[in-house]
Ligand binder design. Sequence first.
Ligand code: C5P
Ligand code: MG
Length: 163
Amino acid sequence: MTSSPLPYRIGYGEDAHRLAPGLPLILGGVPIAQAEHGAVAHSDGDAVLHAVADALLSGLALGDIGQYYPDTDPAHAGISSREILAHALALVREWRYAPANVALVVTLDRPKLGPLRAEIARSVAALLRLPDTEVGVSFKTSEGLAPAHVQVRVTVLLVRTAP
Ligand code: C5P
Ligand code: MG
């Protein structure tokens, strides 16, 4: 981006993955042991961390993670979503902003994720160096419309850290 006069900026990100049996499901850095199927992905398929990274980049008009980690490049096969998120966070800091709070919604039919809400919030907060209370985590089913699918939507508020 070019320099911005705004003290606050809003970012929005999404990610989706197809689910298939025999693969791990990881959401926000938390392995979902109860999952019967996991993400079909070029990377570890953590749709939460991918969507958070895209939200950070979008807030500063820095494009999206596919530009930094094209899935056509074999060098990025199996890349850790934590690494992708760390890169996005580093760019945000270079532009002298920091995330202040995050709201994320995971749409997944099964398993029930409610019992993991605090763990996912804690994990995402730690990666963003935020208090747990600044990460809101919501879950929705697709009402059976997309049983083999995980979808994540994320908003983030970025606050300027220096004039
Ligand atoms: O999407 P729906 O309105 O049917 O979700 C009902 C409840 O189920 C919500 O409270 C939501 O937090 C929870 N839920 C869950 N795990 C999911 C999907 C929904 O705990 N995978
Ligand atoms: Mg993804």
